[in-house]
Write a protein that binds this ligand. Structure first.
Ligand code: NAP
Length: 246
């Protein structure tokens, strides 16, 4: 499905991003595995991806830094000779009620989740324009669609990411580039493992399918949006939430 393509996935060392990188590799794409600090885990993802007969290389990059992300993207472009698919997956939480949330906590989450995706898109924008093809998939969240108590920063960043998705889709449509978002609900990763047990239990009770989603269940939708199978879809947001927000 993606043979001969090259995908750049941010936050690919762990959780959903790792599974996205491996699933795209399984479908034949070479992968640029971007990570923030976990080099060993990123190397492990590269080794597993290569078992599918594709090329994979890790790149350290804090997406909230304009300069760092710019040079990492340039390095990846040089290494692979081009990028066909960008997946903006890197994300963090710093949950707290608005009453207690500090301006720094609010800003840091916006910097990584929203500015990071903007920087990555901006760095690859001229490349996609020249190529006149490409796929961008942004990993948002149901929090960005419906809000969530204790997640003012996170929900705002993920809602912003949806607006960024639609704007990117409009700006690049004339060049044959599609940009879409996925909005996962509760997915079993380090991020949700950090939730207090009571909050996890309450969250699961509100999911019609009565279980958490797996990173693979998100990755399969991302692979669809990264492939030609979704050629007439752009500016869309697909929920992957077991029915939570229907
Ligand atoms: P995770 O397990 O905590 O992994 C986060 C990933 O992001 C790691 O690869 C991490 O790299 C990377 N990262 C963190 N800060 C970064 C930075 N400043 N620059 C670059 N990379 C950075 O998270 P996850 O649960 O897989 O979530 C992945 C995405 O899905 C996020 O955008 C999240 O908001 C979204 N999402 C998750 C859920 C869920 O239930 N899990 C639900 C909805 C949406 P290192 O390993 O190097 O630190």
């Amino acid at each position: 499905m993606l043979k001969g393509k090259t995908a750049l996935v941010t936050g690919a060392s762990r959780g959903i991003g790792r599974e996205i990188a491996l699933t795209l590799a399984e479908h034949g794409a070479n992968v640029a595995v971007f990570y923030a600090g976990n080099r060993d885990l990123a190397e492990e993802v590269c080794a597993l991806a290569e078992q599918h007969g594709v090329s994979a290389k890790s790149f350290q990059c804090d997406v909230s830094s304009f300069e760092e992300s710019k040079s990492a993207v340039e390095e990846a472009l040089q290494c692979f000779g081009g990028i066909d698919i960008l997946v903006n997956n890197a994300g963090i939480t710093k949950d707290r009620l608005i009453l207690q949330m500090t301006p720094e906590e609010f800003e840091r989450v916006l910097d990584v989740n929203l500015k990071g995706a903007f920087y990555m898109t901006k760095h690859l924008f001229p490349h996609f324009m020249r190529k006149k093809s490409g796929k961008i998939v942004n990993v948002s969240s149901v929090s960005g669609l419906f809000g969530n108590i204790g997640q003012a920063n996170y929900a705002a960043s993920k809602a912003g990411l949806i607006a960024l998705t639609k704007t990117t889709a409009r700006e690049l449509a004339g060049r044959g580039v599609c940009c879409n978002a996925v909005a996962p609900g509760f997915i079993d990763t380090d991020m949700t493992a950090a939730m207090p047990e009571a909050a996890r239990k309450a969250a699961l009770e509100s999911v019609p399918l009565k279980r958490m989603g797996t990173p693979k269940e998100v990755a399969q939708v991302v692979a669809f949006l990264a492939s030609d199978a979704s050629s007439y879809i752009t500016g869309e947001v697909i929920r992957i939430d077991g029915g939570l927000c229907m």
